[in-house]
Design a binder for this molecule. Structure first.
Ligand code: HPA
Length: 252
C-alpha cells in the first residue's frame, strides 16, 4: 500500500516525513502544484503533495487539480488522503474541530473537472453517489479513535470558488442546501480521483465559523485562523501517522 497525502493550507509540509526524493512530474494536463515528495511517515512509504505549492502561492481556483491527481496516479498510489481547511457552517463545527466529510456539493465553476474530454475520449459518466471512499474513511476514523482524538464522521462539504470568502447570505443558502462545511478545494479533486479509481477521502480541519456564523457574525478573523490551524495540524499529523501505521498489511 502506498498512500498519498495532499496537504492544504496549514500543511504545506509534513513534519516527521523522513524525506526521500522529490520528483518533478510532467503530465498531459500540465504541471502539478509542485514536485511530489516521496518519503515515509512512521516507517511507512508515502507521497506528499502541497496543494497550493510548497510556498503556498497557488489560489484554489488556479490549482491544476487534473495535473495533481494524474501525477499521484502515475506515482502508483493506492489511495489519497486530502487534508482540507474549511469553515464550519454547522454550529458545533467550530474552530479546531476535525471532520471526515461524507458528502460534497460543488459550487465551484470554470475548473477543469474531468479527464474524459477531447476528441479521442469517450463520454464517460462516473458514479459519485458516495464521493469519499469508505475504507479510507474508516481507517482515518480508526486512527483518530486509537488516539482518542475527536473526529466527527458526518459532514457535507460545500465547495466554493474562492479565493474570496463567502457572504453571510451565501452561507445561509449553503446551510439550507444541507452543507455543514465550506471550503474551496474539495472539487474537482474528489471526482478526478474517482475517474482514475483512486480511493479518496478528505480530513477537514475547521479553521473558523463560516461567514455570518458564531464569532464570524460580522467578519471572519484571518488572524485567528493561523493560530487555530497551527494547533489543529499537530493533531492532524498524529492522526496521519497512526493512519499510516494502520495501513501496513498484517503480514509485514
Ligand atoms: N470559507 C471557505 N473556505 C474556507 C473557509 C471559509 O470560511 N475557511 C477555511 N477555508
Amino acid at each position: 500500500m502506498k498512500f498519498a497525502i495532499i496537504g492544504g493550507s496549514g500543511l504545506t509540509q509534513l513534519p516527521g516525513l523522513e524525506q526521500g526524493r522529490r520528483q518533478v512530474v510532467r503530465t498531459p494536463y500540465g504541471d502539478p502544484s509542485g514536485p511530489l515528495t516521496h518519503g515515509s511517515l512512521n516507517g511507512v512509504e508515502l507521497v506528499f503533495l502541497a496543494r497550493h505549492g510548497y510556498g503556498h502561492t497557488i489560489a484554489p481556483h488556479e490549482i491544476n487539480y487534473r495535473a495533481n491527481v494524474w501525477a499521484l496516479h502515475s506515482a502508483g498510489v493506492d489511495g489519497i488522503v486530502s487534508v482540507a481547511t474549511v469553515g464550519g457552517i454547522r454550529p458545533e463545527y467550530g474552530p479546531g474541530v476535525l471532520v471526515l466529510p461524507d458528502q460534497i456539493i460543488d459550487y465551484s465553476w470554470g475548473r477543469r473537472s474531468t479527464f474524459f474530454e477531447g476528441p479521442d475520449q469517450p463520454v464517460t459518466h462516473v458514479d459519485l453517489t458516495v464521493p469519499y471512499d469508505d475504507r479510507v474513511r474508516d481507517r482515518l476514523a480508526k486512527a483518530a479513535a486509537n488516539l482518542a482524538e475527536p473526529l466527527s464522521l458526518v459532514g457535507t462539504y460545500g465547495c466554493t470558488q474562492g479565493p474570496r470568502l463567502e457572504t453571510a447570505a451565501e452561507i445561509r443558502r449553503m446551510e439550507r442546501d444541507g452543507c455543514d462545511l465550506v471550503g474551496m478545494t474539495g472539487m474537482p479533486e474528489a471526482v478526478l480521483a474517482r475517474e482514475l479509481a483512486i480511493p479518496y477521502a478528505a480530513l477537514a480541519v475547521v479553521a473558523n465559523h463560516a461567514a455570518g456564523k458564531g464569532d464570524s457574525r460580522d467578519a471572519i478573523s484571518l488572524e485567528a485562523i493561523g493560530a487555530v490551524l497551527e494547533g489543529a495540524m499537530a493533531r492532524v499529523h498524529r492522526i496521519l501517522a497512526e493512519f499510516m501505521r494502520l495501513s501496513v498489511p498484517p503480514s509485514r
